[in-house]
Design a protein around this ligand. Sequence first.
Ligand code: SF4
Length: 197
Amino acid sequence: MNEALRHTAQDYTVSLPAAEYIAVYRDARRFGACCRACPNYGRSWACPPFDFDVDDYLAGYRTALIIATKITPASRDLPLSEAERLLQPERQWHERLLLDLEARYGGRAFAYTGTCLYCPKGSCTRPEGLPCRHPERVRPSLEACGFDLCRTTESLMGIPLRWSTDGRLPEYLTLVGGFFHNADAIDLKAVWQALKP
Ligand code: SF4
């Protein structure tokens, strides 16, 4: 590992009824406005507006499993511009886990907000009106579907999100993904063990 990017990563999970998560933690109007103000809006297939109806997309699942990873850099003496490089390996791991859960249990995975992992930066096909190169891997984020991730992590997991205030990395970064499903039980430990290198 690049010495400057050394960090620790701690995983957190919580399950709750999907209907409760939607009723209490979703504000589609508020977060839709945030997405529309983002320069990536409509410029990546991972971002809104989506070619599916989000209400329909979320419907029909009993349980919402939220998976967060708290990433604490060994040193805060790094510019915020390094956040993406710090997050990259953990994001790759998160997205493998979420796609593996979909493959094992059915359901829907929700990835972390941010630039898409699967093509070189700036090369998404969407601005040219061409189809996504990897639709089997790209999933929307919870935030892009209207969920409040600050309240999600703080109320459900006891992790307040941290932001940079001085151009340096904050004390920690938090990746948040989700998995909506109808399984009676999810053996996360087995999935983790199967995927860990
Ligand atoms: S996989 Fe490529 S084409 Fe698809 S959303 Fe990501 S960057 Fe765009």
